[in-house]
Design a protein around this ligand. Structure first.
Ligand code: DC
Length: 202
């Protein structure tokens, strides 16, 4: 059985949390595609050329401890505008999406470019304020030295870059269901997404 759930949307909207919960409930495999771009960004920070890094990405790159830092997030968004970087990461994501047993992918272009035939497409979004607050709390809990204003600016900059690039810009697929999590608890956001998956798989 092939069944793809595409979860797209801006940074810190709750995609990852929803995706993991859906994977637990459905038993589908889960891929956080942002990690691929983060791994390329991290290699670029080490001095590697981004296209070469994307073409030679390996399992160890995806296990680096620094992939969740604000610095790597920014680099990830920068290398993600390069068409050859996106191209190098395409076939892995496509095969993952259509693997037997079902797959959930979260990212920016899953429903539009990676898997336009996905059975479920959800565009998870939230206000910049709500997303910046969540990301700020996450970074502070991890011990990062950041201010709320800095985090809000980073989120807004990343949105602008991800949405305005020429190749595979972040946007809802025409047939995506938009889920705004600004005023939803985590449990309610997960329930809403799970109901959508159940309806489409019935
Ligand atoms: O989802 P994330 O915050 O981990 O993603 C980091 C960056 O990677 C994001 O700002 C843009 C890029 N990205 C992308 O261009 N396409 C994807 N499918 C996933 C992430």
């Amino acid at each position: 059985m092939q069944f793809t759930v595409a979860l797209d949307g801006p940074a810190a909207a709750g995609k990852g949390t929803i995706a993991k919960a859906l994977a637990d409930k459905t038993g589908f495999a889960y891929l956080d595609t942002g990690l691929l771009y983060r791994a390329v960004g991290a290699r670029h920070l080490d001095g590697d050329e981004p296209i070469a890094a994307a073409q030679s990405l390996n399992a160890a790159d995806l296990e680096r401890e620094d992939l969740r830092t604000a610095q790597v997030a920014k680099k990830a968004s920068e290398v993600a505008v390069i068409p050859e970087v996106r191209e190098a990461l395409l076939s892995f994501q496509r095969s993952f999406a259509r693997m037997e047993g079902g797959a959930i992918l979260d990212g920016r272009d899953i429903g539009t470019v990676i898997c336009p035939q996905a059975e479920v497409k959800i565009y998870v979004t939230a206000s910049v304020e709500a997303r910046a607050r969540r990301r700020f709390d996450e970074l502070v809990a991890r011990g990062d030295d950041v201010t709320f204003e800095q985090v809000a600016q980073d989120v807004a900059d990343r949105d602008a870059r991800d949405a305005s690039r020429d190749t595979a810009p972040m946007k809802p697929a025409e047939d995506a269901i938009v889920l705004d999590t600004s005023d939803l608890s985590i449990a309610d956001a997960i329930d809403a997404a799970y109901r959508i998956v159940q309806q489409k798989s019935a």
